[in-house]
Design a binder for this molecule. Structure first.
Ligand code: AMP
Length: 464
């Protein structure tokens, strides 16, 4: 196994790594660093959570410190372009951490805050500039940032740039960069437009691909709970009260939904905060800080705001709403199980979200096991998407109501019934799922059909 000292990094950098208690390089670090140290362009197919920030930051710091060119006024020697403010801040912090023993300057530029401090920070030029595209382009347009003497360009999360509509800004920024430069390109997925961009801007790159989307998902114990939309609220309250939930990140599809969930959790004495695009930068940072420090146990986020959240010890990711873009599911659940640890992802799925679940399972090639031992389990949401599964007259009427006393805690994922595997003589391990394509002819949810409702005490309701 490669060690950090095998990678050719200088002593001040090795000291910083050891202060972080990193014992061995992650696969992307082991594969990318030796090429980057000698100045090869890189195409990295990897997502956050793989250690990719250090994979580019370490060799960049190494090369900068070996060659002490001074940055030009308003210029930078290195530009890292990343889609969100949170990521920009985190990458800036990573450079500070790994470069703590080196006399290099750096700053971070992003929108949503006043530009003056950023302009001042750039006045004398910096070694390392981390930026989001919109604000950077603004400052370039005003003549306040100059990148014509850039040495290294890192494009981070290129596919996300495309998703978020930043790709034109990115292209415009690339146009002002010198043609002769060292270029690093990272993307979790390679849709055609991104592959073409990579092709245009990289010169004879080495390609490093780690943990493709599906295999990241395999490391995480995943469950789905079928529930009616209106019942998601009490279900979430119950799930979050479980003692094994150390730190939970809850995802909603909309900003409004995130606020509402925080409010509703407050009513059942679960303290939570939300981060999303409508919150000020200060409020987002505060919420992240409270979550990181353990002040709050639950953070509610939308997809875009959560991109790049790098907080250790997230034990659970809960999808209050399923995302309609299947890749987002993988990005979401990747917030847990960081850097090789394990994690649990629980997804609530209502009738309207059944097709999203199908798309997700197709992408990750895993049948997500169903947990039905909870008071709000809804056969309706299982059936509706697949009416051929059982004649309508056999469907149980859906009832709403509070769970009976003592029902709490019965919906533990470790009691998951592996419904997808049933009926095929194909039990599969806890959280492992079964690759899609095997036994796919059976409509989802058949497992529930076979069991009488009264067979499961947790599903008996007192009604209203
Ligand atoms: P990233 O993919 O860059 O977002 O990194 C994910 C997490 O892994 C961060 O919390 C890093 O601090 C951590 N990390 C990066 N490299 C290593 C390593 N070699 N050993 C342990 N943790 C690491």
């Amino acid at each position: 196994m490669t060690s950090f000292s095998d990678l050719g990094l200088s002593e001040p950098i090795l000291r910083a790594i050891s202060a972080e208690n990193y014992s061995t390089p992650t696969p992307i670090q082991a594969q990318a660093v030796p090429h980057l140290i000698v100045g090869r362009d890189l195409l990295g197919v990897a997502q956050t959570g793989t250690g990719k920030t250090a994979a580019f930051a370490l060799p960049i710091l190494h090369r900068l410190s070996e060659n002490r060119n001074r940055p030009q006024p308003q210029g930078a020697r290195v530009l890292v372009l990343t889609p969100t403010r949170e990521l920009a801040i985190q990458i800036g912090e990573s450079f500070a951490t790994y470069g703590r023993n080196l006399p290099l300057t750096r700053t971070v530029i992003f929108g949503g805050v006043g530009q003056n401090p950023q302009v001042q920070a750039m006045a004398r030029g910096v070694d390392i500039l981390v930026a989001t595209p919109g604000r950077l382009l603004d400052l370039i347009g005003q003549g306040l940032v100059k990148l014509d003497r850039l040495e290294v360009f890192v494009l981070d999360e290129a596919d996300r740039m495309l998703d978020m509509g930043f790709i034109h800004d990115v292209r415009r920024i690339i146009k002002v960069l010198p043609a002769k430069r060292h270029t690093l390109f990272f993307s979790a997925t390679m849709p055609p437009e991104i592959a073409k961009l990579a092709d245009n801007i990289l010169s004879n790159p080495v390609r490093v691909e780690v943990t493709p989307v599906s295999s990241t998902a395999e490391r995480i114990e995943q469950h789905v709970m079928f529930v009616e939309k209106a019942d998601k609220r009490p279900l979430l309250g119950q799930v979050l009260k479980r003692p094994e939930i150390g730190r939970a990140l809850v995802f909603t599809r909309t900003k409004h939904g995130a606020n509402r969930v925080v409010e509703q959790l407050g009513q059942v004495a679960v303290r939570a905060e939300a981060i999303h695009g409508n919150k000020s930068q200060t409020a987002r940072q505060r919420a992240l800080e409270n979550f990181r420090s353990g002040e709050i146990r639950v953070l509610v986020a939308t997809d875009i705001a959560a991109r790049g959240i790098d907080i250790d010890g997230i034990t659970h990711v809960i999808n209050y709403d399923l995302p309609n873009v299947p890749e987002s599911y993988v990005h979401r659940i990747g917030r847990t199980a960081r850097a090789g640890t394990s994690g649990i992802a629980i997804s609530f799925c209502d009738a309207e979200e059944r097709s999203f679940l199908k798309d997700i399972e197709k992408l990750i090639k895993i049948r997500i096991p169903v947990v039905d031992d909870h008071p709000w389990h809804s056969d309706g949401s299982v059936r509706q998407a697949d009416p051929t599964d059982r004649p309508p007259q056999e469907r149980r009427p859906q009832r709403h109501g509070r769970p009976p006393q003592g029902a709490q805690g019965q919906a533990r994922p470790d009691q998951a019934r592996q419904n997808h595997g049933q009926g095929h003589g194909q039990g599969h391990g806890q959280g492992q799922g079964r690759p899609a394509g095997q036994g796919q002819g059976r409509p989802s949810g058949q497992g529930q059909q076979a069991r009488p409702a009264q067979g499961n005490p947790s599903r008996r309701r007192t009604g209203r």
